[in-house]
Write a protein that binds this ligand. Sequence first.
Ligand code: NAP
Length: 267
Amino acid sequence: MTTEDPTTERWALITGATAGIGAAFARRLAADGWHLVLVARDAARLDATATELTSRYGRQVVTLPADLSTDDGCATVEGRLAAQPPVDLLVNNAGISLNRPFLRSTAEDESRLLRLNVHAVLRLSLAALQQMTRRRHGAVINVSSVAGFGAIAPGSTYPASKAWVTNFSESVGQSARPFGVRVMALCPGYTRTEFHDRAGIDMSGIPAAAWLRADDVVDEALRDLRKGKLVSVPSWKYKAAVAGLRHAPQWLLHRVTRDIRGRIDGQ
Ligand SMILES: NC(=O)c1ccc[n+]([C@@H]2O[C@H](COP(=O)([O-])OP(=O)(O)OC[C@H]3O[C@@H](n4cnc5c(N)ncnc54)[C@H](OP(=O)(O)O)[C@@H]3O)[C@@H](O)[C@H]2O)c1
């Protein structure tokens, strides 16, 4: 599917659209002529984002406040995905990490992470794909992470949640393809957003060269979607990192990716 055809009225629904990668998707798609449904929890920030996008790009921008770590929040967005006008592109982008290793975490926090990073992606993908496959048109981008390619950051469950998103998207993408519908996992590396601050993760040790810009991540993702890729890894640096994560011996990976955040006292 093209993201640049000015002659058709197309709607994209983006979760986590008020900051970081989701906000970059919103800007880029509005500039390409898409109408938007924006989802996040903070209603005031959603309204401010919608007002800015409408005045800058002249597209229709609808806001849908919802906490996607809850059943009610997922049901609200599922309702919109089943309604008219149909959504042609779903970007499942909202996601979180935690700053505590699993052994010091709580079941409540870990469940909240899984409900947002995994369960919401599953529910919204299913709702979108049911109408898209019926219409034989549409696409879903699930924002995963390079972290999903290995058990890095020992003690963190975030990589496991993203491994699920990548594997799920690759698998469902193959079954949606015969219906003319695309599903792609987008796997960025470190990207400058609010993500690490929100989780309270100190990233001061990460070299400047490792950081990606959200706008560049989105540009490459949309190019890869047009090419029909099932998995998109923006930037040559992270393509190389993924090759390493996939092919290096496990003992070496575990040594290289050991993360002080994940160490438990006495181990
Ligand atoms: N930044 C990175 O280095 C990086 C790298 C790889 C992958 N990723 C992935 O990229 C995606 C976007 O991350 P980002 O870095 O752009 O994050 P971000 O800057 O922290 O933005 C997160 C967005 O998600 C929304 N959100 C958070 N919790 C939500 C919830 N429970 N329900 C609905 N919306 C929620 C936030 O708005 P509200 O707070 O108002 O809800 C905000 O709009 C995530 O899936 C993340 O795992 C990020």
